[in-house]
Design a protein around this ligand. Sequence first.
Ligand SMILES: [Zn+2]
Length: 488
Amino acid sequence: MSEMKPTRPEMVRSVRVFQALRNFGAAFRGVEADFYSMSKPTKKMQFWSHSWHGSMTAKVLTLYLTQNAFPAAFLSTILAFCVTMFFALSRIPSLDHVVSTFSERAVPCCLPLAFASYGLVLLFWQRQEEVFVDKLCINEWDRQLKAEGILNIGAILKSSDSMLVLWDKTYQKRLWCLFEIAAFLHSRPDGQKPHLVIRPTLLGPLVAVLNLGLIVGSGAAYLSAYVADLTSEGSGPILPFWVLFGLITVQVQFAVADLARRYCREVEDLSQELRSFRLDDARAWCCSVGHVNPASGGSIPCDRAVVERCICSWFGCVDEFERTVRTEVLSILDSQLSTALTSYCRIVEASPCILWAFADFSVSPMLEGNADAAMRLLLRGFAYWLGVVPAFLAVLYRMAHCLRRARRSWCLDKLVSMMLACFGVCLFVCTAVAEGALFGLLRPWLPRAAYGAIFCFSSLTLAALLWNRPRCFPRRPLFGASAATLRV
Ligand SMILES: [Zn+2]
């Protein structure tokens, strides 16, 4: 093991990404089955490192998102575009009643279809990349093969060209997790930069909540046109509708704000824990069960002895390994985790439903032959999707970081999250109102499409400034581990 050479070439194994995610990530949810038969010998793959002690659901959601969000967003947006064009260009008589029903309002076609397609691609995309996952590539049922598989971890890490770390707050406390990451760094040839991809498992739930908020917002925008019609006829209660919509929006924003604050706290704890890391403090499952298998009652050997022997062989001594964890591992985790939750690309991948909703609104003017108004709506869709929402989230994330500290009482802590949520909603409403006022001001002077283009350009410029200017939104570690310690 310490020489990082395989006992047999076929012990270095991998599965395809879609196999690892099969049955909604059954392998990660603790389902017992013969997953090993899916794996095949390989020479190069990505190593997936994760802790078995964090939330399984969050991990599976995050995996789906990091692996399949891009094809899901891309294909669904193409579908939304095709549906818009179909409605706009078709003059099919059977669609006449649809046109008359939805005239002047959003035609709810793109958003539901594209959203369904997004979900299907996200869940069932057959991604072919090869990956190593412990539960699928090490035989769990044959004691001898299992022991041999564990012995080959060094060789497997050496054959991996990159490592995906699914990080949660239990990760830095687990002996095997820190061992894997340190061994991966050690296995890189001199001068080669290690390709480490670190994804917090909070990403999955956060994006799910964010998407829920966007869908609720789009749905309410559709309904508002109908409610306004009913009110003008004297039969509809518009105020209760807006109060209900406001409450749902604040609730979703609250969940996002609370998760973002929690995440900032967890990354800060990581810095403090790893700065004072000692090998003796890292926990191993074997020690936690007293080296007695809870299922069979038989004795199990201690992983710590094996790990310590390898550490001494690779790093010279335990002190040097601890120094590596306190400097290199901390620096990599800290610098990537500080920005991992809020990457511009990730936000764009997760929120194309904004564009789909605007596409629905543009169908009506298209059917009436008003290309100018339709173009303005589509450009506004791009502006909100690629500019306004990412800029808005950059500001909110910065604020969540400033307000991350846990308050003494639970109520006070939730109140801070609620204040952040209300601030977010106010900021968004002000942006929408200001945009409407600007449109009213420029309307006599400019065609609608030209206004849409100006709005699109200015919001994209704002987003680019916020995401690229370190002063506005630091790309450096937020939590103080110096990037200068990164010497890998
Ligand atoms: Zn032990």
